[in-house]
Design a binder for this molecule. Structure first.
Ligand code: CO
Ligand code: ZN
Length: 355
């Protein structure tokens, strides 16, 4: 896949409408992209999209979530303004002045009650959405209490980076699609899992992991960075390669999975960073606690402006993610032990970085 096709693919997945619990549109964008490169595609009861590449070796589950954050109509006032709640982690400060769009195409502007002593009082329940309706009756012809909307944020490419809404975690979804389409030769049985409801509590990944019972798993998601002006201390930068997660608030990654990732990255000469995320979790958090326990780790995409309509990633980082995942699913068990005991590379791993 050349660069412009890759960027186009990321953009088309990112732009699909898919707040938590309403991932159907995203599934419909991804599913056709997988045709011909996997042996089986199914959708489970909660809506997880599971694509299987059969193999006689270990069952490896790779998970990226399809859902995105959004808002939910809780009340419509007599003048037609919508009051709303959050779907996942929505910041009131980031939301002011933004546009949201409902599945039926209705667009509105997010604003706030102006009689506030301080912006510290800015909470979602002091805010509203204006969809241009002049009465409750009119608004009710456009939206309904319980309807969800997502933030608008078109996809653009700038200097090797992509800015878009919902790169959390459509960038991860795009990495899995790119990997599946690369069709890496492997003995292992690979499950490409596009999960639902991560943003509201890592939910879809849990049922998917139960259904699959993999021997090991990786979550592929975005992570925070510490490389902007006056950022908090975090040893992750955009443009320096994928991260190998050590810990976040949902998981301490399994040491065997971490070392397998590290040795794969080193052998394939993929630059990588270690990630310790002090707040926030990923699908790995629910997968590792499933079915008696599953050795789980995570590979993340360094992302600026997380949970805003203008999330930013580096295309090179995302390619690094794809290459690292390819090496990971191709690695045999013995190649890792060998790597840990001696510094010599076996012939079995020579092809790890060729994709
Ligand atoms: Co998120
Ligand atoms: Zn995410």
């Amino acid at each position: 896949m050349n660069d412009s096709n890759f960027v186009e693919m990321i953009a088309s997945i990112a732009q699909a409408f898919g707040p938590s619990g309403n991932e159907r549109n995203v599934r419909e964008v991804i599913e056709p992209m997988l045709s011909g490169c996997v042996d089986e595609v199914r959708v489970d009861a909660l809506g997880n999209l599971i694509a299987v590449k059969k193999g006689a070796g270990k069952k490896i589950m790779l998970a990226a979530h399809m859902d995105e954050i959004g808002v939910l109509v809780t009340f419509i006032d007599e003048k037609g303004f919508l009051r709303f709640g959050n779907v996942g982690g929505v910041s009131p400060f980031i939301s002011v002045g933004m546009r949201v769009i409902f599945e039926n195409g209705t667009v509105g502007t997010v604003w706030y009650e102006e009689k506030m002593d301080s912006m510290k009082e800015l909470k979602l329940d002091r805010m509203f959405i204006d969809i241009g309706a002049v009465s409750r009756e009119e608004a009710e012809t456009m939206v309904c209490v319980g309807d969800m909307a997502v933030f608008c944020g078109e996809a653009v490419e700038t200097n090797g980076r992509i800015i878009s809404k919902a790169l959390d975690d459509r960038a991860g979804c795009a990495a899995l699609v790119a990997l599946a389409r690369m069709m890496p030769e492997t003995e292992n049985e690979v499950y490409y899992v596009f999960t639902v409801q991560e943003e509201v509590g890592l939910r879809g990944a849990r049922t998917a992991a139960w259904g699959i019972m993999p021997d090991m798993a990786l979550a592929v998601d975005v992570t925070d960075v510490g490389d902007m002006p006056e950022s908090h201390h975090m040893a992750v930068s955009i443009g320096k390669g994928p991260t190998i997660k050590i810990k976040d608030s949902s998981i301490v990654c399994h040491p065997d999975v971490v070392s397998r990732l590290r040795s794969c990255a080193e052998k394939a000469e993929i630059p990588f960073q270690y990630e310790v995320l002090t707040a926030g979790g990923t699908d790995a958090g629910s997968i590792h606690l499933t079915a008696g326990g599953i050795p789980t780790g995570a590979v993340s995409i360094p992302t600026r402006f997380l949970h805003s309509p203008s999330e930013m990633i580096s295309v090179e980082d995302l390619k690094g993610v794809v290459n690292l995942l390819a090496a990971f699913i191709q690695a045999g068990e013995e190649s890792q032990e060998e790597d840990l005991s001696s510094g010599q590379d076996g012939e079995d791993t020579n092809d790890a970085g060729e994709n």
